[in-house]
Design a protein around this ligand. Structure first.
Ligand SMILES: Cc1ncc(COP(=O)(O)O)c(C=O)c1O
Length: 303
């Protein structure tokens, strides 16, 4: 018997190994899958999700942008997430909700059936390294973000991760941990799987929505910083802003704030004072110690 977590697939609970698609499925051979990823945390003996509603909203937006449908409401997906988490007695983890056409698509490019939905629970491990906020290095990628006129970059579509793969590979091959991209207009966008903030003269700055994924972590940092009285701006950033920043950090659902200690050949304080403050604010929120944001934590089950 498998010791891997069970998987929720189209309203059934199955073994991890059974969650498979044919090689010629539309999802794989046409690259049409979509997904959402968000964390579960243990807070005061309860397993909770962080901003699951925001992730459901983003998934609905992805489906709208790509003109795809699923057979479940957001509430049904949320119930399914709670069910599979409890079945697996999951604690700190990443939940991955995949939407895909699992059927073979040899002739038809356009399918109109509802997507299959699979929900995976991926427990934290030393390899996954959730919450591991040791400082990292970053470079400016030689690859740009795709033009939003060619593909909806705000959709969390698997196909949008092919550019992300190239960005990360380019960075790793040059000895950096991650690459930051410019958008099609030449302004700072984001990383392969992360958003970016800079600090300049005490002000937090992050690129506006439009040419980047609507990161839930980016949005949470915006809201928490405003509530905490930190000056913060959504504003167009040029690549020179990266080179002249006092601090840079990246953020995503798995590690809320990741200080960047070196950008290209420039050393940076990591964490710098503002980054440290943001990181502490987010940790308090995730520990359930900030009443103002308790609504972001949604209970799945008690341990
Ligand atoms: C391209 C991209 N930008 C930003 C993020 C961060 O988004 P979130 O905070 O919702 O994890 C991700 C996360 O997967 C991403 O893939």
């Amino acid at each position: 018997m498998s010791d891997k977590p069970k998987v929720w697939l189209n309203n059934e609970i199955i073994d991890w190994e059974q969650a498979q698609v044919p090689v010629l499925s539309h999802g794989l051979s046409r690259g049409s899958g979509i997904f959402e990823a968000f964390g579960t945390h243990v807070v005061h003996g309860d397993v909770v999700t962080f901003r699951m509603d925001a992730h459901m909203k983003r998934m609905a937006q992805t489906l709208k942008l790509l003109e795809m449908e699923i057979a479940y409401s957001s509430d049904e997906i949320k119930q399914a997430v709670a069910r599979i988490c409890e079945v697996n007695r999951i604690e700190r983890s990443i939940i991955k909700v995949m939407g895909y056409w699992g059927e073979e698509a040899i002739i038809n490019l356009v399918l109109r059936s509802p997507l299959d939905i699979a929900i995976f629970t991926i427990p934290d491990s030393p390899e996954l390294g959730l919450d591991n906020d040791v400082p990292i290095t970053a470079c400016l990628s030689r690859w740009n973000k795709p033009d939003p006129g060619a593909v909806p970059v705000m959709a969390k579509a698997c196909a949008n991760y092919l550019p992300g793969y190239l960005v990360r590979k380019d960075a790793n091959d040059r000895g950096y941990d991650l690459g930051l991209t410019l958008d099609a207009a030449g302004n700072v966008a984001e990383g392969s799987i992360e958003s970016v903030y800079i600090v300049k003269d005490g002000v937090l700055k992050t690129p506006p929505l439009g040419n980047i994924l609507a990161s839930v972590t980016r949005d949470s940092i915006l809201a928490a910083s405003k509530a905490g009285g930190l000056p913060v701006e959504e504003t167009t950033l040029e690549k020179e802003d990266l080179f002249t920043a006092d601090e840079i950090f990246s953020c995503h659902t798995g590690i809320k704030v990741i200080p960047i200690a070196k950008f290209e050949d420039k050393e940076l304080p990591a964490p710098g004072p503002v980054t440290r403050e943001v990181s502490m604010m987010m940790k308090k929120i995730l520990a359930g110690e900030d009443e103002r944001f308790s609504g972001w934590l949604e209970k799945l089950y008690s341990l």
